[in-house]
Design a protein around this ligand. Sequence first.
Ligand code: 0A1
Ligand code: ZN
Length: 879
Amino acid sequence: MRTNQPQTIYLSEYRVPAYLVDTVDLRFELFEDGTRVHSTLAVRRNPESDAGAAPLELDGDSLVLESVALDGKALSEGEYEDRGDKLIVESVPEQFELSVVTWIEPQNNTRLEGLYKSSGMFCTQCEAEGFRCITFFPDRPDVMSRFRTRVEADKSAYPVLLSNGNDVERGDLGEGRHFVTWEDPFPKPCYLFALVAGDLVEKRDTFTTCSGRDIDLRMYVEPRNAEKCDHAMDSLKRSMRWDEETYGREYDLEIFMIVAVDDFNMGAMENKGLNIFNSSCVLASQETATDVAFQRIEAIVAHEYFHNWSGNRVTCRDWFQLSLKEGFTVFRDSQFSADVGSPTVKRIEDVNVLRTAQFAEDGGPMAHPVRPASYMEISNFYTLTIYEKGAEVVRMIHTLLGPDMFRKGSDLYFQRHDGQAVTTDDFVRAMEDASGRDLSQFRLWYEQAGTPVLDVSDEFDSGQGIYRLTIRQSIPDTPGQTGKKPQHIPFALGLLGSRGESLPLRLESDSQDAPTERVLELTGETHVFEFHGLNECPVPSLLRQFSAPVRVRYPWTREQMLFLMSHDPDGFNRWDAGQRLAVDVIQSLIGAPKDSSIDARLVAAYRHLISDSSLDQALVANMLQLPSAAYLIELAESADAPAIHEARERVLKHLAIALRDDLVACYRRNLEEGDYAVTPEQIARRSLRNTALAWLLQINDEEGRELAQRQFRNSDNMTDRLGALRALVNSDYEEDRERVLEEFYERFQEDPQVVEQWFSVQAASDRAGQLPQIRALLEHRAFDWKNPNKIRSVVGAFAGQNLAAFHRPDGSGYNFLADQVCRLDDSNPQIAARLVTPLTRWKKFAPAHSELMKSALERIRDKSGLSRDVYEVVHKSLA
Ligand code: 0A1
Ligand code: ZN
């Protein structure tokens, strides 16, 4: 709870730690009414610090201090100061052993930081600053220590006792209690510490590394989830092999463990040798998980595993460097997903998130550079900018250097910095040193916030056969940053002739056999490129593969969009052209009379996509998805959310009516597929038939209704069952909606992950998710205010996806969200701060909405005892 105004922490004030901790010896006595933590630290003065004989300062949070001893001698109260958030020992020798005993109450820890209980088990979350909720410690990532951890607990309630590293000793303690001691040979920052104690089943497997070492792979889950581990285990083995083959990274401990917990603030955590996962990001079975969930699990398992090198072996010097591990690791996991699935589809999915949500963040009040210069609460900086834009920055380095030089750079980075806590600058330097390239201007990507805008114009000189492309870059102002410098941007492009053929890109100096695709490097404010030897004005295919996280403005005609949609050899740009066309059509209808006509060419293009089965079906499945309302809002200058929603719905219904027969045929054609498997081909078939169903039900088609009901009852997998449920819930068939929702709940009520899906299908629906219904969901017996997943699946889905209900003109949606944020602020500030996000975008909306959103934010601001997390987000949004 906040007592004073939160302090701002600045990168410029970074100082090396005054003291280092070489080893940490921990003993946890776990009881039902609390936990006693005994900690013994081997401390010494840091030779690199100029602080001299400064007092020793350790961080703490919500701890009851029981005793302090220095070199075995108990300190009296005058010899140390317990300030709550700091334990200060005024005078210490150069090297000493400090023993501290603290008492904590995991059973009452609703913040889910530090040690807490979830469904009867003990677990930890220490990133970023949770370790200080366990014991007093220099809680900063540049203090790296070797940990030895003894866990003691009741044997029948907690038969499984885990921590990082290898188990070196175990035994009974009498009175029904037992212990296990774990030793981690690798020095690590305390944010990577983990402990788990529970009644869990163990699933085992083995992985043989490239050097022939057998690694023991273990998953620990609650007994009811024993059958939901196979997919995560397979994903883990695939990730381990991939990291050896692609980055030359071998696993380093003898054991690798994964634990699933129900109550978790984020997706998962890469604790050394003991990854802890949110259940929804690791457990899956054909009957209970959708294709999207299967793919997400594979990506997150890979992400956490990859952190073992990018994050754990080489870690961050301070939290301003968070993207050092997160941006690089997201880049690595997206390469992995592209390699094991469909690269084009993976790129489409990533860019969709980036353009819809990260661009919005970068243009809003919380905009910050990939390497921020200041923060109040670091938990607020686990953002799309740090993760996704950070990954795009690494991706651009990959594009500029090419795969071989990039690999040399990553080898050098891992070799040079193994066992160290370093900066994003160290990463870039390794890339420079390995490749010989100068990335000094490129570093601005880490320092400047905001999405660069590229204004592109062109002209064709038919007399000389020259096509001239002019590109001007500008970077918008963001909070605290104005007058930005031009950045180094890799810009991939191609040019197409009138028959759709790829034309050679002959820059003046080129020989005859010029390439048909190039990566231009933009460094100045304006560049003019001249392409020679052309007989006709080409159609440009710009920013292929989305080669940089920028907005491109070019006056495309609808003819050009249609042309690229069917001819661009770059699959990503084919999809992008289709999106642009749909955006253009929808935008032209916003606020237009109800009977205004819809461009017939859009219908023809979609008909072609639906009915030509020779096209890449995975790409088609994505091309059929209309741009989301959230993306359309992001593109708008002053968004009228209800009007955007309405225009989008109109286009969808219009397409569904015009293509009704094609949709039924598409559904039937994609029905048979053999045994269920999560392959790109089958995923595409399921996506196509569920899109067809969803569209048919938008127009109250009786045949569609029957197909949906049949699919709902008979399908053997969750993708189809949920697809049918969603289509029926979003239809006008009110009785069907009630019935299928009830049947679905009856069947899956014992499965928390499925119940979460059931909540969000309703909360995201403008039919089933109006405010009275949302309030009823909050009262439902399956809802739990202590479980972040449940909160996200109702409150998060309502505010983030149900735009029609959230943006009701009376402001009731905004006030509802403000109420829930205030309620959560006391119990779980991290989740409360994340839920505020939709309101922080208030300046983006038309005045009537924006005023109401602002006053909802002001109500949150005025709550007494606001947490630091929510304080930062709300105050920055209102500034
Ligand atoms: N490092 C984890 C994500 C994570 C971050 C913060 C947390 O608590 C504030 C928890 C998990 C990852 O990138 O997977
Ligand atoms: Zn991560």
